[in-house]
Design a binder for this molecule. Structure first.
Ligand code: SAM
Length: 442
C-alpha cells in the first residue's frame, strides 16, 4: 500500500496520526516537504505515502465525510478521516495494502490516542465501516467510479490548463494525480548506466533505461519498476546515484558543461542539477541559493556524490542582485527559477493546495528580475538556460518571448520549450539563449 517500505516500521495508527497533523499544516499553508523533512527517517516514508494519497483523494474523501456526517467535524478529526478514507479507497482501487478492517481499527486507535479526538472514536468507527462497505464493488462494478478529472486542483488552475491545452488538459490532471515513479540519475563519474543497472538487478531491483526525452538523449536515467527506499539502492550513500526526474535531467545536458568553464547555478537548492553539471565535466561552479535553510542540502548532496571540490562554491545570495558576485562573468548560467511548481504535482500533491492564482503573476515578476540580472553576469558568447517546473505559459513561453524582446543581443537557441508531464517525467519548461554581443545602452 505504501509508496515505500520503512526500515523500522511505525505502527499504522501512529502514522495515521502524524499524517493527519501534516495535512493540517498543509491546509494552513505550509509546504509538505518542509513538514516531512522534520520527521525521523523511519517515519517519513509511510507518512509521506499516507499524506500524498490523502491529498490526491481530498475531494472524494470529503464527499464521503459530507454524506455521512451531518455537521463538519473539527479539523483534527476531519484530517484523520481523510487519511483513513484515502487508504480505504486506494486499497479498494488497487487491491494491495492493508485490509479495510485493519485501517478502521488503526484509525480508531489513532483517534483514541490523542486527547482532542478521543471523543470521536465511535463516529470514526461508524463512518469508516460505512465507507469500506461503500467502496466494495457491487457485482464486479465499482460502486463509486473514479472522478473524470481529479478535483483537488483549484478551479483557476483547471481553467488555465483547459485554455492552454484544450485537447489534453484532463489527461494532464489525471496524470498528475497518479503516484510518480522512482527515476534515478546514475553518477557518470562512478558507473555507466548499464553497470548500475546490473548492480540493481543483483539486489533484485528491476529497472529500465529512459533513453530520450523531448528529442534529447538521456544517458544516465533509469526508471525503477517499483519504488524502493534510497537506502536499498546500491552505493546510494557513496554517491553512485541520485533520485531525479527525467525532465530535470535535461538541464545539465542542454547546458553542456565543458572542462574549465565558469558556471553559475543561480537557484541551486537542493543541488540536483548542480551535481549533474559536475558529474558531466570538471567545471567551476557557483551554486547560489537565496534560502539559507536550503544551502546545507546542496553541500550534503555534493558531499555524498564526492563532487564538493575546490572548484565548487555554495553561496547564499539573491540572483536578482549582485551583492554576492565578485564581478567575474560566467560562461554559462543555469537559471532554474522559483516557480509555481505546477509541473511536479505528482511528486508534490500539496502544491495545488498551496498556490493561489495571484501567485503566478508575482512569480512572473520574480523570474523577470532574476533573468535580467543573470543576463548581465553572462560572458559574450555565453549561454543562459531558463528552466521552470511549471506548466503555465506565464512562467514559460511568455517569459522567453518577453526576454528575447527585451534583449536585442539574445539569440534564442533550440531547446524543448514546454514539456508536459507524462508517466516518466514531470512538467518542465526550457529556453536557451546565447549572448551575441553587448546590448546597446539607452
Ligand atoms: C526550482 S528550485 C531549484 C532546484 C534545483 N536547481 C535542483 O535541481 O535541485 C528554485 C530554488 O531557487 C531558490 N530561489 C528563489 N529565489 C531566488 C533568488 N532570488 N536567488 C537565488 N535563489 C532563489 C529557491 O529557494 C529554491 O531553492
Amino acid at each position: 500500500m505504501t509508496d515505500q517500505k520503512t526500515p523500522r516500521s511505525l505502527p499504522l495508527s501512529n502514522a495515521i496520526t502524524i499524517a493527519a497533523q501534516a495535512i493540517g499544516e498543509v491546509i494552513e499553508g505550509r509546504s509538505l516537504t518542509e513538514v516531512l523533512d522534520q520527521l525521523d527517517a523511519h517515519e517519513k516514508p509511510i507518512v509521506q505515502s499516507l499524506t500524498f494519497d490523502a491529498l490526491r483523494k481530498w475531494v472524494r474523501s470529503h464527499e464521503y465525510i459530507k454524506q455521512l456526517i451531518p455537521k463538519t467535524p473539527p479539523p483534527e478529526v476531519e484530517h484523520l478521516l481523510s487519511v483513513a478514507i484515502a487508504l480505504i479507497v486506494q486499497g479498494s482501487a488497487d487491491g494491495k495494502g492493508y485490509a479495510a478492517h485493519t485501517i478502521v481499527d488503526q484509525a480508531v486507535r489513532a483517534c483514541d490516542e490523542y486527547e482532542p479526538t478521543r471523543y470521536a472514536k465511535g463516529m470514526m468507527n461508524a463512518v469508516l465501516r460505512k465507507v469500506s462497505l461503500m467502496v466494495q464493488p457491487v457485482e464486479g462494478v465499482k460502486h463509486y467510479p473514479p472522478d473524470p478529472v481529479p478535483m483537488f486542483f483549484p478551479p483557476w488552475w483547471r481553467a488555465s490548463l483547459k485554455k492552454n491545452y484544450p485537447k489534453v488538459w484532463q489527461a494532464l490532471l489525471i496524470q498528475q494525480a497518479l503516484r510518480a515513479p522512482l527515476i534515478l540519475r546514475v553518477n557518470a563519474r562512478q558507473h555507466t548506466r548499464e553497470q548500475y543497472q546490473a548492480l540493481l538487478s543483483q539486489e533484485g531491483i528491476t529497472s529500465k533505461p529512459i533513453e530520450e526525452l523531448a528529442g534529447i538523449e538521456l544517458n544516465s536515467a533509469l526508471l525503477l519498476n517499483s519504488p524502493v527506499p534510497v537506502a536499498k539502492l546500491p552505493g546510494f550513500y557513496s554517491g553512485s546515484v541520485s533520485v531525479q526526474d527525467a525532465g530535470a535531467q535535461l538541464a545539465a545536458l542542454l547546458l553542456g558543461p565543458q572542462p574549465g568553464e565558469r558556471i553559475l547555478d543561480a537557484c541551486a537548492a537542493p543541488g540536483g542539477k548542480t551535481a549533474h553539471l559536475l558529474e558531466l565535466a570538471d567545471c567551476e561552479v557557483i551554486a547560489l541559493e537565496l534560502d539559507g535553510g536550503r544551502l546545507g542540502k546542496i553541500s550534503g548532496n555534493l558531499d555524498r556524490l564526492h563532487l564538493y571540490t575546490d572548484s565548487v562554491r555554495v553561496i547564499r545570495g539573491d540572483a536578482s542582485k549582485t551583492a554576492w558576485w565578485d564581478g567575474k562573468p560566467f560562461d554559462k548560467i543555469l537559471l532554474d527559477s522559483p516557480c509555481s511548481a505546477s509541473g511536479i504535482v505528482a511528486r508534490h500533491p500539496d502544491i495545488p493546495f498551496l498556490r493561489r492564482e495571484a501567485d503566478i503573476l508575482a512569480l512572473q515578476q520574480r523570474q523577470r528580475a532574476i533573468l535580467t540580472q543573470a543576463w548581465k553576469m553572462l560572458n559574450l558568447e555565453g549561454l543562459l538556460l531558463y528552466v521552470t517546473c511549471s506548466v503555465f505559459p506565464e512562467e514559460g513561453e511568455e517569459q522567453a518571448i518577453w526576454f528575447a524582446a527585451e534583449h536585442s543581443n539574445a539569440l534564442r537557441l533550440v531547446a524543448p520549450g514546454q514539456i508536459l508531464p507524462t508517466e516518466v517525467n514531470d512538467g518542465f519548461y526550457y529556453a536557451l539563449f546565447k549572448k551575441m554581443g553587448h546590448e546597446p545602452t539607452h
